[in-house]
Design a binder for this molecule. Structure first.
Ligand SMILES: Cc1cc2nc3c(=O)[nH]c(=O)nc-3n(C[C@H](O)[C@H](O)[C@H](O)COP(=O)(O)O)c2cc1C
Length: 324
């Protein structure tokens, strides 16, 4: 399937694996890219630019296909060494960067001078238009249903995607709630040129996370996610567990007085314990409503192949017949 996104990134299928903290390591990114999608290494999971350089090299030894690196610009006091991470990306020969979080404007000149395509993840039409105006090549439009940070506007993809299509000139992919060929066809129908999946790719054989995480995803339904940190205007969609229930109880009790320090135990530094050690009650971890559509743990190739087969079948059979 050819779209502006497959052409831009030099990939076979319009399917991207979004950056995911402690999930987007070399093994997963390479598996997605080898299957014809675009695999993305999560930059900040590597504690230093040197470690990111090693992770890029590890990934490049596993695939000759295009890969990307996610750079998340966090609203934190002491910023990570972004210039160092960008140098590691450039020196590593990576030509695609997925930016997320704060506006990446400051970093656009250096990325563009080095021939890097930038896809910025946005949760609103206004941020997408801003990304277009600062020279981003594409946008990943993340609806309210997404795992991770859906922003504060709460607009689901059924509205957000056609709105983005009406306003944007640059191509965009649908992100949030995407799981299979039905998702892809729906995304294309609403004007996207492909889709970005997060949660779905965690429940794959190659995802380098503890089996407990994959089993938790398979076991969960679409009713099992919760929104946390809403009072801090840093909303995150996570899978419910004991830590999340504790956190939500504090939010309820403290109301507008809630501070980040009050919930630090439930959110700070918990990812290694969950993703690597499989301690499913250790804290809050991002997860999309799409868990309700995930019932198995295929390889990335099986997942991508069946997604494309289902999408083509829907377009050629079901939709073609309806149009006649
Ligand atoms: C466990 C997990 C960790 C994530 N970490 C990041 C991250 O570090 N940076 C980022 O830009 N997005 C992150 N995301 C968001 C994903 O890249 C993607 O936008 C989102 O998962 C799409 O929604 P879906 O889960 O419904 O597919 C994360 C998502 C999950 C599920």
């Amino acid at each position: 399937m050819k779209t502006r996104i497959t052409e831009m990134f030099g990939i076979e299928h319009p399917i991207i694996q979004g950056g995911m903290h402690f999930v987007g390591l070399a093994e997963l990114a390479a598996a997605v890219s080898n299957a014809g999608g675009l695999g993305i290494i999560t930059g900040l999971t590597q504690r230093t630019p040197e470690l990111l350089a090693k992770e890029i090299a590890r990934c490049k030894a596993l695939t000759k296909k295009p890969i990307g690196v996610n750079l998340t610009f966090l609203p934190v006091m002491t910023a990570p060494d972004y210039p160092g991470y960008i140098k590691a990306i450039i020196d590593g020969g990576v030509k695609i960067v997925e930016t997320a979080g704060n506006n990446p404007q400051k970093w656009m000149p250096v990325l563009k001078e080095n021939g890097i395509k930038v896809i910025h993840k946005c949760t609103s039409v206004r941020h997408s238009l801003k990304a277009e105006s600062i020279g981003c090549d594409a946008v990943s439009v993340d609806g309210f249903e997404c795992g991770g940070h859906p922003g504060e506007d709460d607009v689901p993809n059924m509205i957000l995607l056609p709105r983005a299509a009406d306003e944007l000139k640059i191509p965009f992919v649908a992100s949030g709630g995407m799981a299979d060929g039905r998702s892809l066809v729906a995304a294309l129908a609403m004007g996207a040129e492909g889709m970005n999946m997060g949660t779905r790719f965690i429940a794959t054989k190659e995802a380098p996370v503890h089996d407990h995480v994959k089993q938790a995803i398979v076991a969960a339904s679409e009713l099992d996610t919760r929104l946390i940190m809403r009072p801090l205007r840093n909303t995150e969609r996570v899978l419910k567990n004991a830590a999340v229930e504790r956190l939500l109880a504090k939010e309820k009790t403290l109301g507008a007085n809630l501070k980040f320090e009050d919930i630090i135990a439930e959110v700070a530094g918990v990812y290694p314990r969950i993703m690597q050690e499989g301690d499913m009650e250790a804290g809050a971890w991002s997860c999309g409503m799409v868990v309700g559509l995930i019932n198995d743990i295929p390889t990335c190739k099986e997942l991508i192949d069946r997604t494309m087969a289902q999408a083509n079948e829907i377009i050629r059979q079901r939709l073609a017949k309806l149009a006649a």
